[in-house]
Design a protein around this ligand. Sequence first.
Ligand SMILES: [Mg+2]
Length: 152
Amino acid sequence: MTKIIFLDVDGVLNYVDCWNDPANADKSIVFGKECVKQLNRIIKETGAKLVVSSNWRLYKDHYDALIDKNISGIEGEFIGETPDLLPDISRETSRGLEIKEWLDEYDEDCKYIILDDVDDMDDLIGQLVQTDFEGKGLTKEIADTAISILNS
Ligand SMILES: [Mg+2]
């Protein structure tokens, strides 16, 4: 069965203290080294593939940096990104709805988790492995939780 990680970036692969580094001060494309290392560990230990649910999918420079191993350091296979439902201003949207739409379209059995620092996941909240932007983003402990869910 395919394993999938729906990947947010800000608050997962970086965190507030990353901007204390003067080199990052005026940048928006910032990766926390330890966070990326933990994501790579999840990928290695579970074989999970990546679907970008972060807003980074909407900005070419951010998306290109994310999927380029030489820039992000991510050693995994990106298999897609969730649809952007925000233009449909006639209704409330949430990241959970966008992920659900992607899953409906995918239409194959898969085991998945959602890595995100925000919990707007609607019915999919049970799959959320939440990180902390004010903390250290994706930590070893959180990665351990992700691995045990994906390998269960
Ligand atoms: Mg975030």
